[in-house]
Write a protein that binds this ligand. Structure first.
Ligand SMILES: Nc1ncnc2c1ncn2[C@@H]1O[C@H](COP(=O)(O)OP(=O)(O)O)[C@@H](O)[C@H]1O
Ligand SMILES: [Mg+2]
Length: 338
């Protein structure tokens, strides 16, 4: 019998613990929650994660932990070694640990793991990825339009966000469909993704990627999927939203506001590091110039997927960010975040 040493994370749908296996070695066990109401992707996600780790492309395998065991019985779960001397990069950044030279090395290894290891492995047609994006966006819009406070953001033809007019979510999606941008995206190849490329899922040092596969179970998709996710976390934006450091809501005049307080003490650690510039440079070298329509579309997709699984201020911020992103995606001349 194995003994639980401590809990690393109580996730939405699963929990991650350190256990002492036979012979005293420590392992990390990730297991589905025995819940009556699993989220829409609960079990599928862990199943996908196991199959992902079982089928890593060779050049990426060294950047992931080995799968020690996995099961699918009353619960679904797997075990990997516990890396006692490596911390996740979110923790290290918040503690102010990585200096400029570390940041450069982290990005070099990230480029080797993600661009050289995963994205170079195999390519398939992009139509299923694009269909997935579109289906999830439509589903999210339906779910959100049933929530009273979000209904006008979904169905309004024009609203004001941060002082600028933007189409409502449904109008933005219709404009995107009409623009040909989605058709263009469907013609771009899909590659093997990490799928949840955030600092919390990178152990250091050296770099080890953990917790692969997106919340909706995607393992193949447009390479920007990984870049956008990484950048939004490493810049502090995702952290600010999750920690509810943001201002998000409807003002008395009926307009909306979404502000990230970049001057706040809690966000300073992200200001002191650069984990994005070098990686983006390598990304462009491999994949070519970034299409800003696609960038914003994928960013909006992340926001709207998570808007279905969150509550309160966090959820409001996700909905407004999704609205902003989808509007930018269909803008004839969008600006790429730098
Ligand atoms: N094998 C491991 N060794 C050391 N720390 C780990 C390991 N696996 C996970 N962790 C820590 O636990 C956290 C949560 O694990 P993760 O697999 O990312 O679960 P979740 O799906 O809940 O995000 C990670 O961010 C990291 O800090
Ligand atoms: Mg994680």
């Amino acid at each position: 019998m194995s003994e639980v040493v401590r809990t690393l994370k109580d996730g939405y749908w699963d929990h991650t613990t350190v256990i002492r296996a036979s012979k005293g070695t420590l392992r990390v066990r990730k297991e589905s929650r025995d819940t009556e109401t699993p989220g829409p992707w609960a079990h599928e996600a862990l199943r996908n994660e196991i199959s992902y780790l079982e089928n890593l492309p060779t050049p990426a395998a060294n950047f992931f932990p080995p799968l020690l065991s996995s099961w699918e019985e009353d619960t679904i779960g797997y075990e990997i070694p516990y890396y006692q001397d490596r911390s996740d990069l979110a923790r290290l950044v918040l503690d102010g640990i990585p200096g400029p030279a570390d940041c450069e090395e982290i990005q070099n290894q990230l480029a080797d793991a993600v661009l050289g290891g995963l994205h170079s492995a195999e390519q398939v047609g992009g139509a299923p990825f694009c269909a997935h994006l579109e289906a999830i966006l439509s589903e999210s819009l339906e779910t959100l339009s049933a929530v009273e406070v979000f209904e006008p953001i979904v169905n309004g033809t024009r609203l004001h966000l941060n002082g600028h007019p933007v189409p409502g979510l449904r109008a933005s999606l219709a404009r995107l469909r009409a623009s040909g941008i989605l058709k263009h995206l469907a013609r771009e190849p899909s590659v093997r993704l990490h799928g949840d490329l955030i600092l919390e899922n990178m152990l250091w040092s050296p770099l080890l990627l953990i917790d692969p596969v997106s919340v909706a179970g995607l393992t193949m998709g447009h390479p920007l999927f990984d870049l956008v996710k990484h950048e939004s976390y490493a810049r502090g934006e995702l952290y600010a939203i999750r920690e509810e450091l943001v201002t998000a809501g409807r003002l008395p005049d009926g307009s909306y506001t979404l502000e990230i307080p970049w001057g706040a003490e809690a966000l300073q650690p992200f200001d002191r590091i650069d984990l994005t510039v070098g990686f983006r440079k390598e990304f462009i070298r491999q994949h070519g110039e970034i299409n800003p329509h696609f960038y914003h579309l994928i960013d909006a997709y992340f926001s709207l997927v998570m808007a279905r699984n969150t509550t309160g201020l966090h959820q409001f911020a996700r909905v407004l960010k999704g609205c902003q992103g989808l509007a930018r995606a269909g803008d004839p001349d969008p600006v790429l975040p730098s």
